[in-house]
Design a protein around this ligand. Structure first.
Ligand code: ATP
Length: 448
């Protein structure tokens, strides 16, 4: 006998009608008979089968179609075509704001929701204390839900969703809204439910959560299934796509910023006259990166090797804390008195999180003549929070002098979450030793 299927979608597509201009909606009302909407396919030919008891993660960029897919499975949206089968009682925690009546108190909403999910009054009463205890929102349970903060709202909604004995649990990113303590509590509860055989569908942008919680994952892109498989494989594909798109964005910005050339630097480059800026490099990103400098010496190529010593590619993905080697090749066009070459790694907000240079690392590079070439290698680890980072590489004769070459955004790379499932809360992670000493309480001697 084959495995039981809890959720099955066959050739499911969803088309929304959209007005490209608000005035078209008005025109349609005033001049009925002609549709003025455009068709927008949010989902196209989705085929998924989720066996009973599995936990499946769904990833995809904003607007890729994840929420539409979940709403179709839950039944709050009907597909334009295709077949949806869901076997079992579904409890869903979809977007914030759905499910509760804002005018009702928390207590009234618990009963209202429980009934919607098919529980009797008695069954809800039996579970009520557990629901309130898990939500931990104190006296607010007697207040109208419209007075709740978004965090309180999620606490109560999640508590209801997990305390009604669902056979299928569908969670859409809502965990991110609660505080960290609550997120951990939710994770523990979800894991317990998964262990007890509840089929779970879990949408998240948190690749660590997908990797630690799910048996398999599905990546949606532009309304279609892009990749399915083991969570790690799907996450790598997802991060690769995100990195490539980010890099494309960085390059667009670069093209604009290059139009505003710093005149001082520009004159210096022109004065140097001879350097050839059509650099051959292993990276096609290279020539498009934001670049400035006198041009007396030029960074000819930059590449990163992974911990196995292999070239990591143009948009690398590294393991958490992986040891990498950055290799910078420099060619001198005009004699320089001395040379400092350095780099830094920036997070998305532009914070420089890792960086150094030859001078600070006590590597002295003396006078270099025109035509000389040098290679500099920096070996370091990447103990950084899983995210994407950009690399900047630069060189100058001294701290006081104008850079001879400075290249921002030469590369964007991605760091994966630790395999252990550990969450990295800070930007940079430090190895540490933790010791707990249990205090021995003095024994109290009671007088005879
Ligand atoms: N009711 C609607 N009418 C028209 N277009 C819609 C409607 N609902 C969703 N869309 C469009 O469908 C696409 C998919 O939306 P959906 O909310 O499913 O994406 P998502 O992957 O969940 O995004 P996010 O991660 O931002 O929540 C988007 O382009 C969205 O604008």
């Amino acid at each position: 006998m084959g495995e039981e299927i809890a959720i099955s979608l066959k050739n499911v597509s969803k088309c929304f009608k959209r007005y490209s201009r608000p005035v078209d909606r008005l025109k349609e009302v005033l001049l009925p008979g002609k549709s003025r909407t455009d068709e927008f396919w949010a989902l196209r030919d989705i085929n998924i089968e989720i066996p009973k008891g599995q936990t499946v993660g769904i990833v995809g960029r904003n607007g890729s179609g994840k929420s539409t897919l979940l709403q179709i499975i839950v039944g709050t949206l009907t597909p334009s075509s295709g077949d949806v089968r869901v076997v079992g009682r579904v409890s869903a925690l979809l977007e914030l704001g759905s499910g509760f009546n804002p005018e009702f108190t928390g207590r009234q909403n618990v009963f209202f929701n429980g009934q919607l999910l098919g529980l009797s009054q008695k069954q809800i009463e039996d579970r009520f204390d557990d629901i309130v205890a898990f939500a931990d929102i104190g006296d607010f349970i007697e207040q109208p839900v419209k007075t709740y903060s978004s965090g309180m709202y999620v606490r109560l909604a999640f508590s209801v969703a997990v305390n009604v004995d669902p056979e299928i649990l569908i969670v859409d990113e809502a965990l991110a809204v609660g505080d960290v303590v609550f997120q951990h509590r939710c994770m523990r509860r979800m894991r317990a439910m998964m262990d007890s055989g509840v089929t779970t569908l879990f949408v998240s942008h948190d690749s660590g959560a997908i990797k630690t919680l799910c048996n398999s994952a599905v990546m949606i892109h532009d309304g279609k299934i892009h990749t399915t498989g083991l969570p790690n494989t799907v996450i790598i594909e997802y991060l690769k796509l995100v990195t490539e798109l980010e890099l494309g964005l960085a390059q667009d910005i670069t093209v604009n910023s290059q139009q505003q050339v710093n005149p001082v630097v520009d004159n210096a480059i022109q004065a140097s006259d001879s350097p050839n800026f059509d650099i051959e490099s292993p990276s096609s990103n290279f020539s498009k990166a934001t670049r400035r400098g006198s041009g007396k010496a030029r960074i000819e190529s930059v590449k990163i090797l992974n911990q196995l010593g292999h070239y990591a590619g143009e948009s690398p993905i590294f393991a958490f804390n992986e040891e990498v080697t950055l290799i910078v090749n420099l060619k001198v066009y005009y004699t320089i008195k001395s040379c400092i070459v350095g780099f830094h790694v920036c997070d998305k907000n532009g914070n420089e999180v890792i960086g150094s240079n030859t001078l600070e690392e006590n590597i002295k590079i003396d006078k270099l003549e025109s035509g000389e070439e040098i290679e500099i290698k920096f070996k370091f680890n990447l103990p950084l929070r899983p995210s994407s980072y950009s690399l900047t590489v630069a060189g100058a004769e001294s701290y006081e002098s104008l850079s001879f070459d400075w290249i921002d955004n030469i590369m964007v790379f991605q760091i994966l979450p630790p395999d252990t499932g550990k969450l990295i809360h800070a930007l940079v992670h430090q190895p540490m030793v933790v010791k707990v000493n249990k205090k021995v309480l003095p024994t109290v001697v009671t007088p005879a």
